[in-house]
Design a protein around this ligand. Structure first.
Ligand code: AMP
Length: 378
């Protein structure tokens, strides 16, 4: 993909450059003060900001943060992010949350004009937002000469390897809450991969399609037929044992009572499957260890709760131990890898969740298309 890169910018000393980064980081509230909980995305865009500063540009960075509804909300203020950026690069100006203006999400031309006015150049480095049809993603690049930043270029390069010529066997591991979020990806992947391992709550809709009883686990009944079609390829590998909790008991907390149980095959009524069982995790690891190309997106269970993190941790270790070309996307899988200290053991840890899925599915993204269509300045 021939995207215009930073190296094409000549004589930028004194130029006013607006960088669209993805600084949408998780925040934690301690004593009423919001703080950045994970600097991963901030780190990812530092090389671009430093590159521009080193050449004498005046750099302003903008991003969205969380999901405010088109108006300012204190808890989504960029203040903690600004502090984290300025700790590393004191001269970078950080604008307030783009989504404090309704025009960002509605894709308003007026907002894009307001945002870009006064700047000489636009640098798009926000891979994690490149699947959105928002003003800063699809309109700003048409209003100013635009190049992609180092993070954006790296993401496109690393993910393209899984699209263009993945070495076989190609194994995808997909998990998370909803089949509906990943159906497009699954349909596109099924053509290219040898095996798709499905875990997380998603697996239950497939299991129902196979006639397995899943108790009170999450199922999207309206998607059972599509799961049957996907399974007809013979490429879908599902869990066969589960870690479950009695329905109604709290989960997702770190100090839950250890009353979980492992079930082989059917899950009885009154129980909720919240992780793949140890036998399935081992079977998944064996398939992962034989892969030459690997894509992992989505946890195998409610991994935030230590009672249901076993499947995700086992998969994280197997992906990290593999010699395959491995790409991990999505906040939860990336967080699980980092928590295990295994982030450096994969070929690429993507900063994008939805964006990495959509790029692998379609081979392009709205943000990429917009840069392609930018004013013909090259
Ligand atoms: P996603 O955002 O679709 O990748 O889904 C991630 C979320 O799915 C995490 O917050 C998990 O807690 C949740 N999840 C994974 N497995 C299950 C399950 N078996 N039941 C309920 N939620 C789950």
């Amino acid at each position: 993909m021939n995207l215009p890169k930073l190296e094409e910018l000549k004589d930028i000393a004194g130029k006013k450059i607006l960088v669209r980064a993805d600084l949408n980081v998780p925040l934690v509230e301690t004593d009423g003060i919001m703080q950045v909980a994970d600097t991963f995305r901030i780190e990812a865009t530092i090389p671009t900001l430093s590159w521009l500063l080193d050449r004498g540009a005046s750099v302003t960075v903008c991003s969205h943060l969380g999901r405010p509804k088109g108006k300012p909300e204190d808890r989504y203020s960029m203040t903690p992010v600004r502090e984290a950026v300025n700790e590393k690069l004191p001269t970078v100006k950080v604008l307030e949350n783009l989504r404090f203006n309704a025009g960002e999400e509605s894709g308003s031309l007026e907002f894009a004009q307001q945002l870009t006015s006064g700047y000489d150049l636009y640098v798009f480095d926000a891979f994690g937002a490149a699947h959105r049809n928002h003003a800063s993603v699809v309109l700003a690049p048409t209003l100013l000469p635009t190049v992609v930043g180092i993070n954006m270029a790296l993401e496109v390069d690393k993910l393209s390897k899984l699209i263009d010529s993945p070495a076989s066997p190609y194994v995808a591991v997909v998990g998370g809450a909803k089949v509906s979020d990943k159906l497009g990806l699954l349909k596109s992947l099924i053509e290219k991969v040898d095996t798709v391992i499905v875990g997380g709550a998603m697996a239950f809709t497939f299991l129902v399609a196979q006639g397995v009883k899943v108790g009170d686990s999450l199922v999207q009944d309206e998607l059972v037929d599509q799961c049957i079609e996907l399974m007809a390829t013979g490429k879908i590998l599902l869990p066969k044992d589960f870690v479950a909790l009695e329905t109604g008991k709290p989960f997702g907390v770190s100090d839950g009572e250890p009353t979980q149980r492992v079930f082989e095959g059917d899950i009885p009524e009154g129980w909720l499957g919240l992780d793949v069982g140890p036998g399935s995790a081992r079977a998944f690891s064996a398939v992962i260890s034989r892969a030459a190309s690997l894509l992992w997106n989505g946890p195998m269970g409610v991994y935030e709760d230590p009672r249901f993190s076993g499947g995700t941790v086992t998969v994280a270790r197997a992906v990290a131990a593999s010699n395959a070309y491995s790409v991990v996307g999505g906040g939860d899988s990336a967080a699980a890898l980092r928590k295990e200290g295994l982030a450096d053991s994969v070929s690429h840890l993507s900063t994008g969740g939805g964006a990495s899925l959509e790029f692998i599915e379609k081979g392009t993204l709205p943000g990429i298309e917009a840069i392609d269509k930018r004013l013909g300045w090259r």
